[in-house]
Design a protein around this ligand. Sequence first.
Ligand SMILES: Nc1ncnc2c1ncn2[C@@H]1O[C@H](COP(=O)(O)OP(=O)(O)O)[C@@H](O)[C@H]1O
Ligand SMILES: [Mg+2]
Length: 343
Amino acid sequence: MSAPAGDTRVAAVGPGPARAVPTGREVTDPLLSVRDLHVRFDEIHAVSGVTFEVARGEFFGIVGESGSGKSVTARAVIDLLPSHAQKRGQILFKGEDLLQARPKRLRAIRGSSIGFVFQDALAALDPVYTIGDQLVEALLAKRSMRRSAARRRAADLLDEVGIPDPRQRLDSYPHQLSGGMRQRAVIASALIADPELIIADEPTTALDVTIQRQVMELLQGIVESRGVAVVLITHDLAVVAETCDRVAVFYGGTIVEEATTTGLFAAPRHPYTAALLASLPRMGGTGEFRPIPGNPIRVATELACCPFAPRCANVVDLCRQRVPAEQTDGAHRFRCFRPEDPR
Ligand SMILES: Nc1ncnc2c1ncn2[C@@H]1O[C@H](COP(=O)(O)OP(=O)(O)O)[C@@H](O)[C@H]1O
Ligand SMILES: [Mg+2]
């Protein structure tokens, strides 16, 4: 599935070749399958019963407000949670349950099949080594090759992620690159292992809108040229609209709605999603956000009712008494007693 070394530029992306995008939740032979995941930090229930699947080569979005459990879910997948986190459920990667895997096996999977890109590119790179040295060392750790060949490969990777003058750039230190170029370098290092899945947690939050769009186009290009799957975590629905095949909406540590991106934007079923969409600036409109009234919940106890009930315009008594069961409507899944009408 990997691209041939050197000759694939994916930075400039038009509409790519058609991909097999799943249309519903019936992802056959999923690459990643998270089933009923719960994560607690003592009394804090950060994640409560999260279930989703990601197909090979799919661009999957996770969207939700700050504190809704997105990063904890992502970190659970690659075992990067602090040791006091209590986890239960299943995280199947190509059928293997990562929650049951030994640390050595997990390290091997992290170093090969699953790549990670965090928000803070500066923290992901070592300030005292050049970009080239960092990529070369990572390449040499991965397979035996001559240093000169590793350097050529490192330049090819920088070229693949759209960094101009890659040979010269190998000698730059992280602080000598712009924020966008640094994030590209981090993506290049995630590609060294030839991953099948890249988890990108708010990779562009620190960047301005134009650069953000370019980095997203880069990730889309990588999905198309290498056939990797990307799980993109963001608090920005506009980013989801432009990039993702499918999306899961997180609220209060659960998925309140999941759908194809087109389906979600055409007819949101959960009132939270509907409110989020209504808060987006309209194309050609004033650009002003309409905030959702009320405050996001703090996830202090086990969920006993709908977490969105205190802020919901459609709320009924039942919403405060029980957690709504999951409903499905074609490609759509949602947890709500009073969903919006499908349009
Ligand atoms: N290491 C930790 N210890 C205790 N609580 C944590 C820890 N990491 C995250 N949390 C809590 O878990 C909840 C979900 O956090 P997180 O997944 O980071 O949210 P986000 O959706 O913004 O990424 C928050 O209430 C957060 O305070
Ligand atoms: Mg986060």
